[in-house]
Structure formats: structure tokens, C-alpha cells
Write a new protein. Structure first.
Length: 231
């Protein structure tokens, strides 16, 4: 394996292991040259090879960025289905049933201590919020997105980024759907959601993969039931 192939493989491995997440900017040219102890020409050839594979994109005057594996597919319209319809939201939540469970299990096996600390910080911030449904939905999004990004699974990260970014309304609708159901129901649902998040959080901090996976899936099933009750 020559130097160009070696550098290309090393960067590709870092991307696949989610050391550089989809959407992230790669280190600058000089930093990469020093990191891999190669010339500018060698690095440039390696980067061209990665761009041809579709793993990165070069932006003039800005640098190179990691591509999301599935972004181009999500830009294709789904004929006959409204993006924010109840049916679409339920379909997305059903996909999350698989993704969130697997992500939680992977975090217990692969996440660094720094990543667990970031998840803990996001959980505590989310737990302190009340009242404003949009803020709570955004905090919910951050908590679950950090779990996905800490899974070290490129497919999970790529799909989760797109699902959360493009179908945020499914999260917001879940929280907002019970706002008109009276204080008793609202408090009960809020308590259940908070308890589910706490169970996920505690399992992650203990690196208990099976419990984390089961808790994440139970949380999504409950969210699905809330969305279904609206219909």
C-alpha cells in the first residue's frame, strides 16, 4: 500500500468510526499533513480519492467536510406522502424504534467517557426544562442526537441526523399533542416521558447495553402511542 492509499484508508477509517461525524469539517491541510507525515501532493491525491468515493466534499475557500451517507436520498420527494403528515411521522418513529435502541446499546459498548459526559450534561439540561414545548423538544432532540453520535456507527449517525433534522415535527408534535388534554393528563404524560429519559440515562451511565436498548425502545413505543392517539 503506497502513501496515498495509506492516508486515504486512515481518513476513511476515522470517518467510518465516527471520529469525524457527517457534516463535520476535517482538520486543515497542514494539520493532516503533519498528522500523517505526508506531502501536500500526497494528501491532495488521497482527498481526491475520498471525494470520488462520496465520503467527503470540498468547499472552495472553506475546506473539506464529511458527507452524510443518505442525504441525497432524503432530498428526493416521497410521492403521495406529506412530509409532516401523521402517517409520515409515525413511519419515522417506527424507524427510530430500531435506530434508537441500537444506538443506545452501541453507546454502552463504544462511547468515550467524554461522550458520556456530554450525554449526561444534555440530559440534565433537558430535565430542568418545563412549560415551553418547543424548548423541551429541542432539548429532547439534543439528548437523543448525542446518543446517536456517540454510537460510533456511521449508518446510525447518518440516518439519525437526517431523521431528526427533517422530521423534527414528530418530536414537537409528541410533546405538544397532550398540551390540550388537561393538567392531569399533561402531568402524567410529562412524568412518564421524564421517567423514560431517566431510565435511558441511567443505563447509559452504567454502560448497561441491554437495559439501555430496551429503555430506548420503550420510550419510542410510548411516543408512537401518543401520536396514534391524536388520530
Amino acid at each position: 500500500m503506497d502513501k496515498v492509499q495509506r492516508v486515504g484508508r486512515a481518513i476513511e477509517d476515522n470517518i467510518r468510526q465516527c471520529l469525524w461525524l457527517p457534516g463535520a469539517k476535517l482538520p486543515g491541510q497542514r494539520a493532516l499533513m503533519e498528522r500523517f507525515d505526508v506531502s501536500r501532493t500526497c494528501l491532495r491525491e488521497a482527498m481526491i480519492g475520498l471525494e470520488v468515493k462520496g465520503l467527503i466534499s470540498s468547499r472552495h475557500g472553506s475546506g473539506c467536510y464529511v458527507n452524510n451517507l443518505f442525504e441525497s436520498q432524503f432530498n428526493v420527494p416521497i410521492l403521495g406522502v406529506e412530509r409532516d403528515s401523521a402517517a409520515m411521522q409515525l413511519s419515522i418513529m417506527e424507524m427510530r424504534l430500531v435506530l434508537d435502541g441500537h444506538a443506545a446499546q452501541c453507546v454502552c459498548e463504544c462511547a468515550t467517557n467524554d461522550q458520556l459526559a456530554a450525554i449526561a450534561s444534555a440530559y440534565k439540561a433537558m430535565a430542568q426544562l418545563s412549560g415551553n414545548y418547543l424548548q423541551r423538544a429541542k432539548a429532547d432532540l439534543r439528548f437523543h442526537m448525542l446518543i446517536a453520535e456517540s454510537s460510533h456507527n456511521l449508518v446510525v449517525v447518518s440516518l439519525s441526523q437526517l431523521l431528526y433534522a427533517q422530521f423534527f415535527n414528530a418530536i414537537y408534535s409528541t410533546l405538544h399533542s397532550v398540551s390540550g388534554c388537561g393538567d392531569t393528563t399533561l402531568n402524567q404524560v410529562s412524568a412518564l416521558l421524564s421517567g423514560q429519559h431517566q431510565t435511558i440515562y441511567q443505563a447509559l451511565m452504567a454502560r448497561d447495553g441491554e437495559t439501555a436498548k430496551a429503555a430506548a425502545q420503550e420510550h419510542i413505543r410510548f411516543s408512537i402511542s401518543l401520536l396514534e392517539s391524536r388520530g
